[in-house]
Design a binder for this molecule. Structure first.
Ligand code: SF4
Ligand code: SF4
Length: 183
């Protein structure tokens, strides 16, 4: 009898504990999304495959086919070609292929480009059973984008957070002196 009462009490106690946790979670904000009907906005620093950047003033590719990115790629997945257009001082890109099957998203190409002519996309829905879908013609892709949006959006300058007006900026902390080297 004593054991039965103890079991009833333990069962009731665990039921109340479970219901309390369930009710607590029930009223919290929902953090899941109904993928694939909904998708998350990728963070600014997310690395999707690369793409060509267009000049916000001319609407054309910034890339001038110097091939620095091609040489910097450790996986040999970039192919760039360019040509000098009539009257132009330097080349313009005419072909930019990316073999995304080999890309490790290491970022060497983006770092190598001194003119910020390539950047990461925020695309992650890239599943396919066809290998050819990952051999990307980034030049054609950029031209298609240019037809749809003749002028790209000018990226907004990043503004560093300012301290409140009544708060003096923090003075730089003095660095500790380096220890003397033995002779
Ligand atoms: S993306 Fe940059 S590094 Fe690569 S070819 Fe174009 S200008 Fe040169
Ligand atoms: S991210 Fe790395 S592996 Fe991918 S294309 Fe650029 S350099 Fe090559």
């Amino acid at each position: 009898m004593k054991n039965s009462l103890k079991e009833i009490f333990t069962g009731f106690n665990s039921l109340v504990t479970g219901m309390r946790i369930t009710l607590g979670e029930f009223f919290k904000p929902i953090v899941t999304v109904q993928y694939p009907h909904e998708s998350l906005k990728m963070p600014k620093r997310f690395r999707g495959h690369i793409e060509l950047v267009r000049d916000p003033e001319t609407g054309k590719a910034i890339c001038f086919a110097c091939k620095l990115c091609e040489r910097a790629c450790p996986s040999d997945c970039i192919t760039v070609e360019g040509a000098k257009l009539d009257g132009a001082k330097k080349k313009s890109v005419t072909e930019y292929k990316l073999d995304f099957t080999k890309c490790s998203l290491c970022g060497s190409c983006v770092e190598a480009c001194r003119d910020n002519a390539i950047r990461y996309t925020h695309q992650y829905n890239l599943a396919s059973t066809n290998r050819e879908d990952f051999i990307m013609d980034l030049f054609k892709r950029m031209e298609d984008d240019a037809k749809a949006n003749p002028m790209p959006e000018t990226p907004k300058p990043e503004v560093a957070p300012q301290p409140p007006a009544n708060e003096a900026p923090k003075a730089e902390q003095p660095q500790p002196a380096a220890p003397a080297q033995p002779n």
